[in-house]
Design a protein around this ligand. Structure first.
Ligand code: SF4
Ligand code: SF4
Length: 469
């Protein structure tokens, strides 16, 4: 039987805790391989997108900005003003169900390929650590070594670099909220002039520094709500990083050579795992699908002249030789719920993107009676009209009575003739002047069209009032 390897994990507890429950620090080894290359390219693409996107200005506004203070949301040149909580709710809930849909098909693809934690740690923080402190073994030795000038210098330099990177990530993050130019301008002044913002940036930087620099896999294992929920979203048809037991077992050292499977029990897959697990024990909550173990094992397979793929992207059903399909009732259900919420969002957007009219009747008297010089009697009603609209373009609006016959009898006396609207909220006075013979028992419900660029953008109802006889 095999002698216990130091990478052999205790079946009863996590690799990241000891018998007393204290944290065991991991020193995952670097890995090279096809998946690592793919992920590195994709990660740098995401980082560039994250850093550059807010600096792209379209129509004078950042390409993406969610200003929670002014409730303004800007996306590629279109601005929503006074964003209601329902808008954010629909965005968040649609995203959650879309991620659930992707998870049910592609497993923890978000953790391995899109999560900022994985992207920043793998691409920047681990690299800085390796350059300053060396590979996995050197880092472990440095950790265990007594404090010397060498260790102090290396540690200080590492945390200084981590701090600079965290500050940069946090500033970019806040730039998505207040706008990068505005943030840059504020940053050049005394921090106390914008103390709230300054404290926010410092707190966000500290959170990034703590998490990416020190907490790391602990977040995935014990704190991430998505990690906890993934077992609900996935099933035996979901794509996961998995070890092919049928091919690999019995592993080397457990049986005579001619009976063993392809796994040579080298623990290369365990040594590179950022959460410290042994994927040969099956799919586990701690697996973030980073693909490191695929590359590590493929490298070993090349050395022992066996085909790649002992560890690979697969599904439990596929590994068991059962029929499997990525599209399951569960994934269809998630997609349908996503469609419902995204449709509600689209409906909401299409409605708020139209100018909205609110007529507030004048508070002095509901109507006035005017005797014209020719002796005819006319009635006037006056209103305050509130117009709100989304977007930043200047609108040119007109108001007309919908009914053509009534249009000739009701005069709209107001500035609302080619009114230019260059702010998301305006108020104006509107007078309606009409003959009392249009009234029925002292009132008349009319419809009004709001015209923009010769098109009716919305129709509102309004009641005109006058003497009842
Ligand atoms: S088991 Fe493999 S894919 Fe999962 S976290 Fe560890 S190295 Fe990454
Ligand atoms: S890297 Fe491959 S061969 Fe080595 S222990 Fe892991 S599964 Fe077995």
């Amino acid at each position: 039987m095999s002698k216990k390897n130091r990478f052999e994990l205790d079946a009863e507890r996590l690799a990241t805790t000891d018998e007393s429950g204290a944290r065991v620090y991991l020193y995952p080894e670097d890995v090279v391989g096809v998946w690592k290359n793919r992920r590195t390219i994709f990660y740098w693409f995401l980082i560039l997108l994250y850093l550059v996107f807010p600096w792209i200005y379209i129509k004078g506004k950042p390409a993406l900005m969610l200003n929670i203070f002014t409730r303004e949301f800007t996306f590629v040149g279109f601005t929503l003003h006074g964003v209601e909580p329902i808008f954010l709710f629909l965005v968040v809930i649609s995203s959650l169900f879309f991620i659930a849909f992707l998870t049910s098909i592609l497993g923890r693809v978000w953790c391995g390929w899109g999560c900022p934690q994985t992207v920043f740690i793998s691409t920047i923080f681990s690299k800085i650590e390796t350059i300053i402190e060396g590979g996995a073994r050197a880092r472990k030795e440095l950790d265990e070594a007594p404090w010397t000038i060498n260790k102090t210098l290396r540690r200080s330099l590492k945390w200084f670099c981590f701090t600079i990177v965290s500050l940069h990530i946090a500033h970019t993050f806040i730039g998505y909220i207040v706008g990068p130019r505005e943030l840059l301008a504020m940053s050049l002044h005394n921090p106390m002039e914008n103390s709230g913002l300054f404290i926010t940036v410092m707190v966000v930087s500290a959170i990034f520094l703590f998490d990416f620099g020190w907490f790391r896999e602990q977040f995935c294992i014990i704190a991430c709500p998505y990690g906890r929920m993934q077992s609900v979203m996935m099933d035996e048809n979901s794509l996961v990083v998995a070890y092919d037991k049928k091919r690999g077992e019995p592993r080397r050292g457990q049986v005579p050579r001619d009976e063993e499977g392809d796994c040579i029990n080298c623990y290369a897959c365990v040594k590179v795992c950022p959460t410290g697990i042994d994927i040969r024990r099956g799919t586990q909550l701690e697996c973030i699908a980073c693909t490191n173990c695929i590359d590590a094992c493929d490298e070993i397979m090349e050395k022992v002249k066996k085909p790649h793929g002992l560890i690979r992207y697969s599904s439990e059903n596929e590994l068991l030789g059962k029929k499997h399909s990525f599209i399951t009732p569960r994934s269809i259900l998630y997609f349908c719920v996503f469609l419902i919420f995204i449709s509600a969002f689209a409906y909401f957007i299409s409605h708020i993107s139209r100018p909205n009219l609110v007529f507030i009747r004048g508070s002095d008297s509901p109507f006035q009676t005017i005797i014209e010089p020719n002796g005819s009697v006319e009635i006037t009603n006056h209103f305050t009209l509130k117009i709100t609209h989304q977007g930043d373009e200047t609108l040119s609006l007109n108001l007309e009575v919908s009914d053509e016959l009534l249009r000739k009898k009701i005069e709209i006396v107001s500035p609302l003739k080619n009114l230019k609207i260059d702010s998301p909220n305006i108020k104006t006075m509107v007078f309606f002047k009409f003959s009392p013979d249009i009234l029925i028992n002292g009132s008349r419900l009319i419809k009004l069209n709001l015209i923009k660029d010769n098109n009716i953008v919305t129709t509102e109802e309004l009641t005109l009032v006058g003497p009842s006889n």
